[in-house]
Design a binder for this molecule. Structure first.
Ligand SMILES: [Zn+2]
Length: 274
């Protein structure tokens, strides 16, 4: 399934695997001038190619190597002769996607991308007349970048934002590191966030502040309850509830308990809780 929309001079592609009429998960890609930011899932590849008819994708920027961001790299490299750029730490996994062993749910929803030749991105790039800063952001995956356009106050966040109140953490994520990265991003003047999960988020600066507030408050509550002697599983039940479908569908890859445990394992990062 693929839906196309526009925002100012961007074209936005929202796509996901259709299973009958059901689409378990969506991801967004953004086309600005001749440059596509992320390429979605290969399961929507033919629809994506049709939607791009009449447009020329000369360049692809991958925010990171995850399979839902690189799924159509190879096809677009073949059909549009697009050059692909990413953070150098993401390149080995974009060129050889099977370096990363996908969980069953990931294979089902996204599938393995085909490998694509990728070049290291610099600190800055121009997309048409738009200057962009390339900002490495740790916490979600190795080699993740955000892209910031200071004139429009646009921030392309890949998977660093993903909504305000997240109650799960992926097994390879680091709560404190995500918080630190978001605090750094919040120093930018931001009008609009372009999020792989949520799409266009107007009032992006406020949304980012809200997310940081939520994460700091959650961390504070986790540490406070644990200091009072509450075991980690009880802290989870009190603050986030029991594990639910997300845990079972993803084979435990997204977990509330892991979020609690991750905060308790490294509570005293630079992002201090007052
Ligand atoms: Zn990701």
């Amino acid at each position: 399934m693929l839906k196309t929309s526009t925002y100012e001079d961007l074209t936005i592609y929202k796509m996901g695997r259709s299973i009958g009429k059901f689409v378990p998960y969506f991801v967004h890609c953004f086309l600005l001038e001749d440059t596509l930011i992320d390429t979605g899932t290969g399961f929507a590849g033919s629809e994506f190619l049709s939607a791009l008819q009449g447009k020329k994708v000369n360049r692809i920027v991958n925010t990171h190597y995850h399979e839902d961001h690189t799924g159509n790299n190879y096809m677009l490299q073949q059909k549009h002769a697009a050059r692909i750029f990413a953070h150098r730490d993401s390149i080995p996994n974009i060129e050889n996607p099977r370096n990363v062993k996908l969980k069953l749910y990931q294979k089902w929803i996204w599938g393995y991308p085909e490998g694509s030749a990728t070049e290291a991105i610099g600190d800055h790039l121009y997309i048409g007349s738009h200057p962009f800063r390339v900002i490495p952001c740790d916490g979600h995956s190795a080699g993740h970048i955000c892209l910031y356009e200071p004139h429009k106050k646009w921030l392309f966040t890949g998977d660093m934002f993903c909504g305000i109140r997240n109650i799960y953490l992926r097994r390879d994520e680091d709560f404190n590191q995500i918080l630190l990265s978001l605090e750094d991003l919040s120093k930018l003047k931001i009008d609009t966030i372009f999020c792989s999960l949520k799409g266009v988020v107007t009032g992006g600066g406020n949304a980012l502040s809200e997310k940081i507030k939520y994460m700091k408050n959650l961390k504070k509550e986790i540490l406070s309850l644990h200091r009072q002697g509450m075991p980690a599983d009880k802290v989870r039940n009190k603050l986030l509830g029991k594990e639910d479908m997300m845990f079972y569908v993803t084979g435990g890859h997204f977990s509330k308990q892991y979020l609690i445990n991750n905060v308790l394992a490294s509570p005293y990062s630079k992002s201090t809780v007052e």
